[in-house]
Every structure is written in C-alpha cells, then in structure tokens.
Ligand binder design. Structure first.
Ligand code: AHR
Length: 493
C-alpha cells in the first residue's frame, strides 16, 4: 500500500493557468492543415480555423498559445503576414523542410484564432534577423488604441480595436537558431529591444519574456539576468525529453519502443524538476526587488519522425508513454508554481508531442490531450503540498519513482489530486490522507491507462481515453487502486 498525503495547510500559491499553455509554430502541418485550412476549405471552419480543432482545444481548457515560433520566429517578418492575402509575400521556411510559406496565416489570423479559443496570445518577436523598429512596430500595431501610423495601418487592414496582446517573447533560442549569440550579447540586445516594446493606452502592461537557456545552461540564465533582469518579466527555458539511445542522432521511435526506452524517457523527464529548481534559484538571485518568472515555453517529447513523413515536419505519434511524460511535467510545474509562471508544450497539432493529430478532415485526440483535459481543474487553483511514498523501478541505469503526484484546491473547495503510476506492469494500492482542506462527502476518479505503447489513430480514435476509476472516501482521505501505466485524477468535494 503506497501512502500519500495532501496537506491543505501548506501551499506555494496559485497555479498560473498559463502553465497549461501550448505552442503553434509555422512548422510542418501545425498551422496549415492542422489549425488553419482557409475559408474555402471543405473542412468545416470558422474564418479558416478548423472547427473540430478549435472545439477540442477549448474543451481541453487551453489558456494560452505561443506563436509563430520557435526557430521560425527569428526568420519571420510580421509585415509579410498582413494585408490582402493574395498580395502577401511567398517565402521559404528555411528552418522546417524548405517549403513555401504563403503567409496566409499572419497576425490577424493568429489573433482571430486566440479569440475563437478564448485564450491569451503569446507572440515571439524576431530578434535574430529582425530590427528593433520592426518589433516595436508590431507591438504598436497590435496594441495602440489611439491614432498612430501602426494603428492606422491596422484599421486599414480591417481591425478597429487593438488586441492588447500582453505576452511578448524577445526572440527564441538566441543561443541557437535565433542568432547563435553569446549570453552577453543577447543580454545587451534584450535590454535594447525591451526599451522599445512600449505599453500603450489599454491599461494592460505588456509582459516581456527573455529568450532563455537550453536545458542546463545555467550560465545563460545568470548572464541574461545580470544584464537584462531589470528590463524583463520572465526568462524562458527549453527542455525536450528523449530516451537514452546509442547514437545521439537517433531519438527512438514514437511507437514500438523498448522497455528500456520507456523507462529512460521517464527518467529523463524527471530531470525537469532539477532544471526548474536550478534556473529559478539563479533568477531569484539576480531579480533584485522585482519578481521575474520562469517560462518553460517549450517542453515535450522529441522522437524520430513517423516513417515516410517529411523529416523537417517533426510528425510523431503519441502513446501512453507521452501521457506519463505530460503528467510528470505538469505535476512538476504545479509543485513549483511559485516560480514557474508559464509552460507551453510543443506543439499543439501534428508536431512533436501534439495534443491533436489531423489527417484531411479527421481528428485524433492523443493520450497527451486527455492528460491536459484531466488536469484542467488545476488551472488557477491553489497548489497544495503533496507527497507520495515511492519505490524505485525501471532498473539501475534509469531509475524512476513508481508514483508521481500533485494536488490543488479550487475556489469552490474541491480538491484535485493527480497521480501517475509509472510502472509498466504493476498496479498500486493507494491510501491518501487529505488534511487541512475541509471535509469531503464525495469522490470521483478518472483514469487514463493502457499498454505503454498504446495510442489512438485515425481508424481507432478511442483506444486510449479516460474511464471512471473506483475510489473510496476513508474519512481522512481516500483509497484507490491505480492501474499500471496510468494517469489518474481524483476530485474530492
Ligand atoms: O519545437 C521545435 C523547435 O524546437 C523550435 O522551433 C525550437 O525553438 C526548438 O529547438
């Protein structure tokens, strides 16, 4: 019997809704076909946005969407994507497959998408190959309500009111595809750019996010914070999970993987906690009397592309292994909600650890989708301290704890406990005490479970989906049996 405790009298604060954010890049079939099909498509759409995709993302509770990249952001010139579609520039997407980008999805379309989704837009500006003026004009174009050259141009393009976009990224992966910069150089550039990203008259100050480190590059965070910490609201960090493989070039298949690949993927996922703690510590050290947040604005699994697909499109299937990766990461972000202010899984549709896959007019909800949907009650709730007794499993090379937990309490008093059973073979009897959070008369459980490699496909869309799980209130908490390889959400009222 594994003992767990949820302690309602200790909390690190509110879980920022933006921890449940998503990312959509001009990459492969994420934007085009995945989200945007154009008004003339036979696929049902509203103003060009796929109705099925918009509805699914809304149901999942998407709070925020990051766009247009990724690496694409530092080659993107936003003026190419405004004005009449037929006269928009056709460019080459040099990062992702060298395909033609016709710019039919630009600023107006992205902000229309976010309006349909009811989510916050987060725009990554071009620092690598753009100019300060270009970026500054983009903010003015989106946010200026009164008279100005940019607001006039926006009106000419059919939009009267400003969108008041709050979240702006100052470049992306400036250490790599965003310009191969040194942190010293980027830190200075970041100060310069941030000076000209202005607040306009909306009364809603913009939130500036510096391009952050790759994984454990702590020196990057230190130098950027030293130089630019006073000028920004948050620093980002990117970490992708892959299994341990013999050659670095191989990331292993997304389906049909070995047991060793399963456990090494989960083992590597757990590294996120160390990254979050270490980057947060550095940020705190240099933030002075301001509060600078950590945005994990790209995370997720990165496997070999599906055989026969364009290697530049990063299309991969999504299994129960991905569901566990999502559950572990979200539990980590919840439990560090005092410093993690945003996290965006890569990417929303048809790319990397996608929550949705499309093929023509067909749609698949992946196991990762279901985890986000099951966890959505954590958004904006008060994090509660939680702990579960674990055993180490998975072998000596890549050990992982068998169970992984987080908990929160909503404004209505309901407590949500989310717990992953990482074991590929063993179910777990759980005895969870819930203290200091009130009294409960009802409990409901939902679990997502299957073989580690189970996935949904276009001809079998419901192979993996949440099902009710029996749980029993004990007076001081609850008891339940967690299936092997599962993600479970318990709600106590
Ligand atoms: O998500 C795919 C790519 O991964 C992004 O474009 C880039 O920022 C990261 O390296």
């Amino acid at each position: 019997m594994a003992k767990a405790i949820v302690n309602g009298s200790r909390s690190k604060g509110t879980i920022n809704r933006n921890i449940y954010g998503h990312f959509a890049e001009h990459l492969g079939r994420c934007i085009y076909n995945g989200i945007y099909v154009g008004e003339d498509s036979a696929i049902p759409n509203v103003n060009g946005m796929r109705t099925d995709v918009v509805e699914a993302l809304k149901k999942m509770g998407i709070p925020l969407l990051r766009w247009p990249g990724g690496c694409f952001a530092d080659t993107y010139h936003w003026r190419d994507g405004i004005g009449p579609r037929e006269s928009r520039k056709r460019i080459v997407n040099t990062n992702w497959g060298g395909v033609t980008e016709d710019n039919s999805f630009g600023t107006h379309e992205f902000l229309e998408l976010c309006a349909q989704l009811g989510c916050e837009p987060y725009i990554s500006g071009n620092v690598g190959s753009g100019t300060v003026q270009e970026f500054s004009d983009w903010v003015e174009y989106c946010n200026m309500g009164g008279q100005s050259p940019m607001s006039q141009e926006r009106r000419q393009n059919g939009r009267e009111e400003p969108w008041n976009v709050k979240y702006w990224g100052i470049g992306n992966e400036a250490w790599g595809c965003g310009g191969n910069m040194r942190p010293e150089f980027y830190g200075d550039l970041c100060r310069q750019y941030s000076t000209y990203l202005r607040n306009y008259d909306s009364g809603r100050p913009i939130y500036k996010i510096a391009s952050g480190a790759s994984e454990g590059d702590y020196n990057w965070t230190k130098v950027v914070m030293e130089r630019a910490g006073r000028f920004i609201d948050a620093v980002s960090m990117h970490y992708y999970t892959r299994p341990r493989t013999k050659r670095w070039e191989d990331k292993g298949p997304a389906t049909g993987f070995t047991r060793e690949e399963y456990y090494s993927t989960l083992h590597n996922t757990l590294f996120m906690e160390e990254l979050v703690e270490n980057h947060s510590r550095i940020i705190k050290e240099y933030q002075g009397d301001r509060k600078v947040g950590l945005c994990v604005d790209e995370w997720g699994t990165w496997f070999d592309v599906e055989p026969g697909t364009n290697p530049g499109f990063l299309y991969q299937q999504n299994t129960m292994r991905d569901a566990l990766v999502a559950a572990i990461n979200l539990n980590i972000f919840n439990s560090h909600c005092d410093t993690v202010v945003m996290a965006n899984i890569a990417q929303a549709v048809n790319v990397l650890q996608a929550v949705l896959l499309t093929e023509g007019d067909k749609l698949v909800l992946t196991p990762t989708y279901h985890v986000f949907e099951m966890y959505k009650g954590h958004q904006g709730s008060r994090q509660l301290e939680s702990y579960v007794e674990t055993s180490l499993i998975g072998g000596s090379e890549c050990p992982v704890p068998d169970l992984h937990i987080s908990a929160s309490q909503g404004e209505d008093g309901a407590v949500l406990v989310t717990i992953a059973n990482l074991s590929d073979t063993e179910s777990a009897d759980l005895d969870c005490a819930v203290t200091g959070a009130g009294r409960f008369s009802e409990i409901s459980g939902r679990t997502l479970t299957g073989e580690t490699g189970a996935y949904n496909d276009f001809d079998a869309t419901d192979r993996v989906k949440p099902a009710p799980l029996a749980a029993e209130l004990t007076g001081g908490g609850f008891k339940a049996k967690l299936p092997a390889c599962s993600v479970t959400a318990f709600t106590l009222r």
